[in-house]
Ligand binder design. Sequence first.
Ligand code: PGA
Length: 255
Amino acid sequence: MRKPVIAGNWKMYKLLGEAVDTALALKPLVANANHCEVVIAPVFTALKTVADRLEGSNIGVAAQDCSTDSDEGAHTGEVTASMLRDVGAKYVIVGHSERRQFYCETDTMVNKKCQAALAANLNVILCIGERLEQREEGIAERVVNGQLSGGLSGLTASDLDRIIVAYEPVWAIGTGRTATPEQAQEMHAFIRRVFADRYSDQAASEIRILYGGSVKPDNIAGLMSQKDIDGALVGGASLQAQSFAKIVNYKSGEE
Ligand code: PGA
């Protein structure tokens, strides 16, 4: 059984006090959510404080990025995966489309970040997804396949224990335009087949594939009803504790 993951990507939002307030407000609201792993990804500057304040809770903390380099060194502005681990991160988001689009991240860089994160014992949330024009051109699967082969290059089947894939069609991120559950399911099934071809049927059946792109309290249940959707990576709707808790608690409808 694949345990779902509901992860909140706070992007470049929240001062330290706001991040702590949101995390502490979320804690009791999701305290009974045993059906899934709950993850939040604050900005670097809030990571340690948020992780400390959530110690002992069922909420894991993720970083939003890490350096391609595993070793410390003269790389101004970069943060290694082991530094993230050191301050309490258990996960790191790698290859988010905003990083690919605005910070020119290539699949090679994404792959190095995955390797660096794995070496530091972090769980990786590897983001992939096509742009609108690529979907319209009919090459969405080819794009996603390419991102997977690039991102996973050199990774063995045993590395997959620490890999979570997030399929985020770029046209659905922050646009309010969610993929329909059927559209998402179709791509998730394709991604699972890529893992079967690349690794094994067992690896394919175990890999967790999250959907991301305008996930909200009112569309999460439909998405989660699809057999190959194993959770969500949530941006905008994760910024408020109440709305993120509704997404986490999609099963019970509780807050
Ligand atoms: P969104 O962002 O939920 O605001 O569309 C998702 C993401 O970028 O991970």
